[in-house]
Design a protein around this ligand. Structure first.
Ligand code: HEC
Length: 209
């Protein structure tokens, strides 16, 4: 009798585990409609739309690139006084051999707020609710900027440059409209910082040839 007493609970355990596996698999197959309707009900489990957006911005690592860094004895750290304010207007790009970078297809950045590569130079944008940031943007503009990768989310404007083109593509594939709206609501709630970020620069090889 003894072996069967041990055997039965093991079988029960196996069937419980397989039910749990099936459940988590069906969880992964959730459509964006499901995510959106859950979102409408409970802000993704957060107490408000702004709190949900704060969580998504933290998970999305937006600050890695959009918050400039300041140098400390321990190395570069995010400059909290410039939280999500983009590349500081007064800091020029590093002086390097752009021709070599472009011809070899290399990408260079110092603090992730300025990016030099075959597309030229891109500077992270100001995402704070100042007029130099997203202060005058509508929610619709923000959604278009991410979904269509358009500068300022305006119809007919230029395409966003790398690395944001990739970030926007991934966000477009993964995020529901409600999640994008929550991100926008959070960005509208943070401290406005006046910082007119530099316009992008064309590739040097495209200019000289
Ligand atoms: C790997 C670096 C990087 C990350 C991470 C990143 N961005 Fe960006 N972002 C950029 C760069 C660079 C630009 C400027 C692109 C250009 O000028 O075309 C930009 C531009 C933007 C713009 C367009 C601003 C305008 O004026 O049109 C929006 C909106 C934006 N980012 C939102 C976000 C959000 C929200 C996140 C987080 C989910 C995020 N970004 C994460 C680098 C990044």
């Amino acid at each position: 009798m003894k072996p069967s007493i041990i055997y039965i609970p093991a079988m029960v355990l196996i069937s419980i585990l397989s039910v749990q596996c099936n459940q988590s698999q069906s969880g992964q197959n959730k459509t964006s409609e499901d995510t959106a309707s859950m979102a409408n009900n409970n802000y993704g489990g957060f107490s408000s739309q702004v709190e949900w957006g704060k969580h998504l911005v933290a998970m999305g690592g937006c600050g890695d690139c959009h918050t400039p860094k300041k140098m400390t004895a321990q190395g570069p750290v995010p400059d909290s006084s410039m939280f999500l304010a983009g590349h500081p207007s007064q800091i020029p790009p590093p002086q390097i051999n752009r021709k070599e970078i472009e011809s070899k297809g290399l990408v260079l950045t110092n603090d992730l707020s300025v990016w030099i590569g075959p597309w030229g130079i891109s500077y992270t944008a100001n995402l704070t609710p100042d007029t130099t940031g997203i202060g005058n943007w509508s929610e619709e503009q923000f959604i278009r900027a991410i979904r269509e990768g358009k500068w300022m989310g305006l119809e007919g404007s230029r395409q966003l440059l790398p690395p944001m083109s990739f970030v926007a593509e991934n966000m477009n594939a993964a995020a529901s409209d409600d999640e994008l709206k929550a991100i926008f609501a959070y960005l509208r709630s943070i401290k406005p910082v006046h910082n007119l970020t530099p316009a992008p620069v064309s590739p040097i090889l495209a200019v000289t040839h």
